[in-house]
Design a protein around this ligand. Sequence first.
Ligand code: SF4
Ligand code: SF4
Length: 392
Amino acid sequence: MQYRNYGKTGYQVSAFGMGCMRLPRIVQGDEAQVDREKAYEMIRYAADHGVTYFDTAYGYHNKTSEEVLGEALEGGRREKVKIATKQPFGIMEDLSTGGGKTILENARRNLENTLKKLRTSYIDMYLIHNIQKSTWDDIKKNKIIEEYEKFRAEGMIKGIGFSYHGQFPTFKDVLEFYSWDMCQIQQNFVDVEKEATAEGIHLAGKKGCALVIMEPLRGGLLAAPPVQVKAIYDEYPVKRPAVEWAFRHVLDYPEVSTILSGVSTLEQLKENLEIFSKPDAVPGCLSADEKQILARVKTKYDSLASIPCTACEYCLPCPQGVNIPGVFARYNDGAMFGSFEPPRRSYMFMTRGKQDASFCAACGACEKKCPQHIGIIKELKTAHEALKGWVE
Ligand code: SF4
Ligand code: SF4
């Protein structure tokens, strides 16, 4: 296993970080739960084979991921690894759940629950989960970071970080506002210039902030390329599985501390560990020719998108709250990568947020504003049919 510096914390972590949001599941009808025996086996296998970084969150797997991770690591492994977990501002704000009368009391109560579920007395890295442009001002106003500092002073957490899914300007604001110990962002070779972007990676590195990458395989979509993409990989003299190409794109950045992979089977885990243990799985691992291959693969993927939405957001806001570009992005993911399963899961979260295509009332307001002249109402229906039905 390759190891890398974890920002200014002074310690190193495994370049492979085990993400605990796609653990093996048992689905029965409309219910799904973690297959605990399989999950324990995978987590313990990882911890016993050099993985020292585990990532979870309060909400993953219907709030059971932390518990499963804690149970798996209990009995000697917990002390050998670093655990990162996250609390979203949304659940701090939700005062209806009992146990807290204020946002800060809620935040503390939720952390106490997390510690119990993880069967530990401290969290190595505690994140504000998914900071967004729309929540950032409230996070500052409610002094959430100051409360995290109290948690740290009391020994409940060791480091303070955040995860982020929005655009670069807000990422820069958040990063520069505070001396964070770490930040967690999405990066993969198809989305180099989306979300926090490569510039965000360099900025975090300059600040000495540990950088954790999520979605290096785009929710697993980059693991099984369609034939048109596979043909490009096959041209290269060195033969590698598609997952290795995708991992090498993020391994190439010297600023990256650890790369999260949300493995769902022991076989996937073993394949990932092999890749991250190669002597050349290090910063600067991509040659100019290899970067060319990845650029061509990205162009090919882009050409497979079926709805020409540019995410300009001119069609927003929708009076019914439909996240039109979000729906189209998920549908295009399914079309581009040849599998609707990962986007279905992410669409389920849009449904929970009442932003999915089923809320469209066909008022037509959005279609008049779309510079791409997309038949939005019709395309939303098509996308909904393809994306609905994930249970968790
Ligand atoms: S047509 Fe549907 S998606 Fe478009 S603005 Fe009206 S309700 Fe929203
Ligand atoms: S206006 Fe059209 S192109 Fe822009 S986000 Fe909306 S649907 Fe996509």
